[in-house]
Every structure is written in C-alpha cells, then in structure tokens.
Design a protein around this ligand. Structure first.
Ligand code: UFG
Length: 343
C-alpha cells in the first residue's frame, strides 16, 4: 500500500486522519515539530489502530532535514499538509511568525515534492476564505467569492491556495486537493485521541467541555444581537472523524488519478448551520451536564453566520458528514472526561 506523508499528524485533525488512513491500510509517515501537540498522541493512535505510525520530529521549515527524510522514504506517494499555526488572535499579534510558518512550510514542501517526484498534495484550508458570504451565497459553495482575510492566519490560507494554483500551473504533474474545513469538533469514539488546546481555549467546543469539567467557571457567549434566529452566531460544526474520512477519499482520488482538474477544491461541512446557543443547549441535553454561561459582547472579527453547501464533496468526492450532532457532542465530552480522569 502507498505511503502518505502527514505533516502536522499529531495535531487535532491530523491525528484523526492518520487513524483513518492506517485503518484503510495506508502506511503513514508523520512529520510534526510538536509545537502545538503532544508525542503521546502516537500512543493513542497505536492503541486504536494496533500499529504505530512512523514519526519524525521535524519542522517543515527545515529544508535539508525534510530533503533527507524524503530521500529515506522513497515510497511516499502523497502528502497531506496539516502543519500550520492556527490561532487567529495570535496571528494578529505575530503576523510574521504566521507568514513564515504557514507560507514557508508549503513552499518548502512543494519544492521538495517536485525534487522527489511526489505529485499529490492535500491541503488544509478553511471556510475563513469566504469571510461573511452575502445572503445569496448561503449556504456557501466553492464558487462563492473569496473575501479579504480578516486575520494574518486567514490570509496565509488564501495565499497558500494561490501558491498551490500557481505551482500546479507551472508543473503539470502536480495534483492538489484543497479542503476548506468548516468548524471541526468532537473526538474519536474511543476517546483515545482528541483536541488538546494550548492554555485557555479560543474555540467554542473545548471551552464548553472544559467548563463542563469544571476547569472554567463559565462560558462567555460572544453576542446575542446578531441577525440570526436566536441572535448568536451560526457555524457549520463538522465531526472531526467525518472530516478525517474526507482526507482518505481525497488521497484515494489522487492516487486513482480520476481528478478532473489539477487543483480541486471542496467544502467540508455538514450543510447545516447551528447557533452557539443551540450547541450549548444540545450539549447540556445529551450529556446531562450543566454549563454556566453568560452573554457578553461580540468578539472582534467574528463572522455572523456561515455554513457549507457540501454538494460537491458529496457527489464528486463521494463523502458525506453524517454523524448526528448529538453523538459528536457526546464524543467531545467523553474525550474531556478521559483527559481529566472523570468517570
Ligand atoms: N464562541 C463563544 N464563546 C467562546 C468561544 C467561541 O461564544 O468562548 C463563539 C464564537 O463567537 C463563534 C462560535 O462560538 O460564534 C465559534 O467560534 P470558534 O472560535 O470555535 O470558531 P470560529 O468560527 O471563530 O473559527 C474557526 C476556526 C478558525 C477559522 C474560522 C473560519 O477556529 O481557525 O473558523 O471561519 F479561521
């Protein structure tokens, strides 16, 4: 079976994807600098799959190191590139760090792929490229206009998409699948891997589960005066295991060489928008754990509402996010309980 290089493979989405790839029989090589993940994730993967993935602690910015590694692993047929800095707020404080990490890594990888005759890349992008879609573009599909990024982080995703397009134009042997994620949540049903936020979580779901576990006093709901049915923001929350499976589909598609275009773009979402308050109420209902919360002012830079039109991924990729949100929220809570040793 083919080997896939997974950069950022010990991270949240990366680790779930490694599990799905290995369960489908792929050999995996993870490259991760562990800047925002933990080496013990490998134990979780091994427990789930029954086999340990090959791992190299390395930064994708280390060009000679990556070059040596790709020479050593001459069986790599494709790359899934997750490794990136991803905190929106931090990117505003440290834009150059984000440009260096997120742009430099991709440029290195594409150069090295060419040098080592690896022609397939799956790239982690984000629905952030759409900004706030206008009403006629909701749900948002892949043809909606790209809007000026609201943060350096978002800008790195847009620039990376352009870099891939330009390189594919120059190198006709390159095939790329760009996946635009909506809001990944939940954890593997085994509760052996999941999200490991650094410090105080910025994202909704880890904040909710940490509040449920008693680590945080209360959840702050950022705004209830938006132009939405209950006034809180709407997102498309997608189960991380469903998301991981989409990557396997993308890899299969590239290896089968059935892509119609050199660069294909897919939205990965459920097609359903849920508000912050709906998520909160559903979480309380399915777990039976109360979450103290207060409504506070809007968070700067938040998009009011966005959810996916996933038709293209459903039909072309043959993939659908179909895990019920109740199961997703339960999985997030089970993971938090596992982490904190809560029965
Ligand atoms: N929220 C709260 N309280 C919190 C945290 C979040 O009310 O403590 C709300 C936010 O205001 C937002 C929703 O929950 O309405 C979701 O917020 P997240 O931070 O979980 O997710 P975002 O949609 O803001 O951001 C995500 C990714 C980014 C990506 C962006 C693209 O985290 O990487 O989607 O839209 F850029």
């Amino acid at each position: 079976m083919a080997r896939i290089l997974v950069t950022g493979g010990t991270g949240y989405i990366g680790s779930h994807t490694v599990v799905e790839l290995m369960q489908q029989g792929y050999d995996v090589l993870i490259v991760d600098n562990l800047s925002n993940s933990n080496i013990e994730v490998l134990d979780g993967i091994e427990q789930i799959v029954g086999k340990r993935p090959d791992f190299c602690r390395m930064d994708c910015l280390d060009y000679p190191g990556m070059d040596r590694l790709l020479s050593q692993y001459s069986d790599i047929r494709g790359v899934i590139h997750f490794a990136a800095s991803k905190a929106v707020g931090e990117s505003v404080e440290k834009p150059l760090l984000y440009y260096r990490n997120n742009i430099g890594s991709l440029v290195n990888l594409l150069e090295l792929m060419r040098a080592h005759a690896i022609n397939n890349i799956v790239f982690s992008s984000s629905c952030t490229v759409y900004g706030q879609p206008s009403a006629e573009h909701l749900p948002v599909d892949e043809t909606a206009p790209i809007q000026k990024a609201l943060s350096p982080y978002g800008n790195t995703k847009q620039i990376n998409e352009e870099i891939i397009q330009d390189e594919a134009h120059a190198d006709k042997s390159l095939h790329a699948i760009i996946l635009r994620y909506f809001n990944p949540v939940g954890a593997h049903p085994s509760a052996l891997i999941g999200e490991l936020p650094n410090g105080v979580p910025n994202n909704l779901m880890p904040f909710v589960t940490q509040t449920a576990a008693g680590l945080r006093q209360k959840l702050r709901v950022f705004g209830d005066d938006y132009n939405t049915p209950d006034g809180s923001c709407i997102r498309d929350y997608i189960y991380v295991v469903d998301l991981a499976k989409a990557h396997v589909k993308a890899v299969e598609r590239m290896l089968a060489e059935t892509a119609e275009e050199q660069v294909e773009i897919f939205n990965l979402g459920t097609g359903r928008g849920l508000s912050v308050l709906e998520i909160l109420r559903t979480f309380i209902r399915v777990t039976g754990v109360d979450i103290p919360y207060e409504i506070v002012g809007r968070r700067e830079g938040d998009i009011e509402q966005v959810w996916a039109e996933p038709h293209k991924a459903n039909t072309v990729l043959g993939w659908k996010a179909d895990t019920p949100v109740e199961d997703v929220l339960r999985s997030a809570w089970n993971w938090e309980k596992h982490l904190r040793g809560i029965k």
